[in-house]
Every structure is written in structure tokens, then in C-alpha cells.
Ligand binder design. Structure first.
Ligand SMILES: Cc1cc2nc3c(=O)[nH]c(=O)nc-3n(C[C@H](O)[C@H](O)[C@H](O)COP(=O)(O)OP(=O)(O)OC[C@H]3O[C@@H](n4cnc5c(N)ncnc54)[C@H](O)[C@@H]3O)c2cc1C
Length: 369
């Protein structure tokens, strides 16, 4: 039996953001990850740090996302110092392109609603017409059917694989331990202590954090929590490298630091299926070429499907169990965007019980009705 202060179950972006932050605050942390697991959103995502469009129906989530984007610059420097790894973080602002008048009007209405709901009504975005948009992107010609875009100065992007590698390296620097190939099979609570069993080992800890993405649902039940999450597939395409021409990330198109264009991602309700399909690849490629016709000359070199970890309202859940105090769940779509808060605010909640105003809105009891 290995004994520690806190066991974090799950070695994805959220697990490692938390583990790094907890260890930095002095806790002895063990991360248990099932590396052979089939599903890792952290290894298959699009790499956006994205604010615009998020938070409809929950203004606090819009504020939470904005706060994360404001902390990103400082956090990326901290992570680079702690790990020695650059994650290619940039925040030039980002676009969501509109193809046709209808898309433009719908996007405008959507963002106006967000602005109306946002505390103080000062939600930052601009609706740009085609001419204004083209002025931002002089090096690339817009397709005929582009009517304009929404733009938000807080949006950015990074290399998500380098982010995960940097978090793992920074976490190791704190002296914390990572046990890979450890699928957690059960979590039990006795005498104010948790026993966490994998096929190979047993761990004992005062606290346990379930941050294992799609694996949460099953384990959360064992500590008295009902967390309704589901998979949603996103397919992504990658082109060969090209000279730098697109400085701004789009929600569906971005040029990486290395020069490739990432294109995507689909939204498909297909259960636990990570296959790629010709139909979706064609849709993504068509949307890309309609936006920037010149990208049609680039070769596609890779594609993959990965599963989002979604709650019913696609917003985060952060909750401590009432029946097993000391057991926590942390899950979110947009786990890349929210990394600084997961590494800085959630550890204070878990270790000291301190939470920012409005944090209770992320409780899973909002789904009980
Ligand atoms: C196609 C796509 C595009 C996306 N684009 C963006 C984006 O641009 N920006 C953004 O902010 N977010 C994006 N996301 C979302 C983001 O990737 C996720 O929010 C984030 O990766 C979730 O991280 P996680 O650590 O919770 O889950 P995961 O990455 O799934 O990690 C969970 C880990 O837990 C392990 N595990 C599961 N069960 C167990 C168990 N029983 N025992 C031990 N280990 C276990 C798994 O093997 C895995 O390693 C995207 C997601 C997808 C799929």
C-alpha cells in the first residue's frame, strides 16, 4: 500500500494542472493514469485558448473563461520556467468566420445575448464585415461566400501536446509522483481515508481527485456523486507545413507554430467511437476551402478523431462529495483554456476550502432536476 496526501486519478491536462498546482502548494501528490486508455481529449484537441461564445445561460462561466485567458500569459511564463518547455502560446485574438448572411446574423444574435447576460454588459467582441475582416488578414484572400466574422481580442492558441508535456515535467520537478499504466478500479472511503485500488497496487490518501475525463462517471458513483458526462467525437485534419500566413486562430482553422494548418473539429454524437470518416473530413475540408480557397493546394497529412468530455450543458463540474468528504471531481470541456485556473484556483479549493465568488454554480447538482 502506497500512502500519500492526495491521489489524482487521470493524467490528462486537467489531472496534471491540478497535480502541479497541489504539489506547488506543498501537498504530496500521486497521479494515477491509465496510459493504455483509449480516450484522451488532452492528446487529440485543437489547442485553442478560447473565450468568445462561451457562457450562454451561465454568465459566471463566461467570466471564468475570461479570467483564464487573462492569466494565460503569466501562467505560460511560469510553466516555461518550471519545465524548460515552450508551449507556443500566443494571444493575437481570434475569429469565428461566417459563411453567408444568415450565419453572420445568427452569430451576431448569439454574441448579443451573451453580452446582455454578462455582468455589466461589457462582453468584449466585435462583429466584422468582410472588408474589416480582410484588413486583419492581408496575406490570405477570403472566399467568395465569407460575409464576415466575430472577433475577440482575448482568444489565442498553443501547442496542446507541448502543454501536457510541460505540465508533466513541471509536476515532476515538484517531487510528485506519476504512476502510469494504473487503471483505477475502485475508490472506497473508510475512517476519513480513501483506498484507491488499481489492478497492480493499492493507494491510501486523505483526499482523492477524480480528473479522469470519461472515466469519471463510474468512479464518481463510488464516492456518492452522480456526474452525467458523455463523449462527443471531434475529427481534426492537419495539412503539410506552409510559410506563415495566418496570424490569427479561427475556431475551425489555425496555423501552428511549425506551419501546418489544423482544421476542424466536427461535433458528432457517436458514443465511444474515435474513428475518422470520409464524410466529416470532406465537410471540414470544404469549410476550410470556402473560407480560404488557397488552402486547397496544401496536402492533408494527418487526421484523427478524439472524444470531448461533455456535461449536459458543456460547462465545468467542480464538486466535493458530501457523503465522502475529501473526494472531488473536476471535469470540463475547454480544459486547455481553463488550465491556469485549474492549476491555481482549484488547488486552493481542495487544500484550503477557499473558493472564488460564484464557484458553487459549477456544482453537479444543477443537473439533478
Ligand atoms: C476534438 C477536440 C477538440 C478540442 N479542442 C479544444 C480547444 O481548442 N480548446 C480547449 O480548451 N479544449 C478543447 N478540447 C477539450 C479539451 O481537450 C478537454 O477539455 C481536456 O483535454 C480534458 O482533459 P481531461 O484531463 O479532463 O481528460 P482526458 O484528456 O480525457 O484525460 C483523462 C485521463 O484519465 C485517464 N483515465 C480514465 N479513466 C481512468 C481510470 N479509471 N484510472 C486511471 N486513469 C484513467 C485516461 O486514460 C486519460 O489519460 C477539445 C477536445 C476535443 C476532443
Amino acid at each position: 500500500m502506497k500512502t500519500t496526501d492526495i491521489v489524482v486519478v487521470g493524467g490528462g491536462i486537467i489531472g496534471f494542472s491540478l497535480a502541479y498546482g497541489l504539489a506547488k502548494k506543498g501537498a504530496h501528490v500521486n497521479v494515477l493514469d491509465n496510459v493504455k486508455g483509449m480516450y484522451s481529449a488532452s492528446r487529440g484537441n485543437f489547442g485553442l485558448v478560447w473565450v468568445q461564445g462561451k457562457g450562454q445561460g451561465m454568465p459566471h462561466y463566461a467570466e471564468w473563461t475570461l479570467q483564464a485567458s487573462r492569466e494565460w500569459h503569466n501562467f505560460s511564463e511560469e510553466l516555461s520556467d518550471a519545465s524548460g518547455i515552450e508551449i507556443d502560446y500566443q494571444q493575437p485574438g481570434g475569429f469565428e468566420v461566417c459563411l453567408g448572411e444568415k450565419e453572420w446574423s445568427m452569430r451576431k444574435a448569439e454574441l448579443e445575448q451573451l453580452r446582455d447576460e454578462f455582468p455589466g454588459g461589457n462582453y468584449d467582441y466585435q462583429m466584422l464585415d468582410r472588408k474589416q475582416m480582410q484588413e486583419y488578414i492581408p496575406k490570405m484572400r477570403l472566399g467568395e461566400i465569407v460575409t464576415g466574422a466575430s472577433y475577440c481580442q482575448h482568444d489565442g492558441h498553443l501547442n496542446p501536446l507541448k502543454l501536457l508535456t510541460a505540465l508533466i515535467a513541471a509536476h515532476k520537478e515538484t517531487g510528485a509522483e506519476l504512476y502510469t499504466d494504473q487503471k483505477v478500479e475502485s475508490v472506497s472511503y473508510r475512517n476519513k481515508c480513501f483506498e484507491i485500488k488499481t489492478a497492480k497496487d493499492n493507494y491510501s490518501a486523505k483526499k482523492v481527485v477524480l480528473a479522469c475525463g470519461l472515466g469519471i462517471k463510474e468512479l464518481a458513483q463510488q464516492v456518492g456523486l452522480k456526474i452525467p458526462i458523455r463523449p462527443q467525437r471531434g475529427q481534426i485534419l492537419v495539412t503539410e507545413r506552409a510559410k506563415p500566413s495566418l496570424e490569427f486562430p479561427f475556431v475551425t482553422i489555425r496555423q501552428t507554430h511549425e506551419g501546418s494548418f489544423m482544421l476542424g473539429a466536427s461535433h458528432e454524437e457517436v458514443g465511444y467511437n474515435t474513428e475518422t470518416t470520409l464524410d466529416q473530413m470532406r465537410k471540414i475540408a470544404t469549410h476550410t476551402v470556402q473560407t480560404f480557397p488557397e488552402l486547397s493546394r496544401l496536402q492533408l497529412i494527418r487526421c484523427w478523431g478524439a472524444l470531448r468530455v461533455l456535461t449536459p450543458d458543456a460547462k465545468p463540474v467542480y464538486v466535493e462529495s458530501e457523503s465522502c468528504p475529501g473526494a472531488y471531481v473536476a471535469t470540463s470541456h475547454s480544459g486547455i483554456t481553463l488550465t491556469p485556473l485549474h492549476a491555481r484556483i482549484l488547488p486552493a479549493w481542495i487544500l484550503e476550502g477557499t473558493t472564488p465568488e460564484g464557484f458553487e454554480q459549477f456544482h453537479s447538482n444543477r443537473f439533478d432536476a
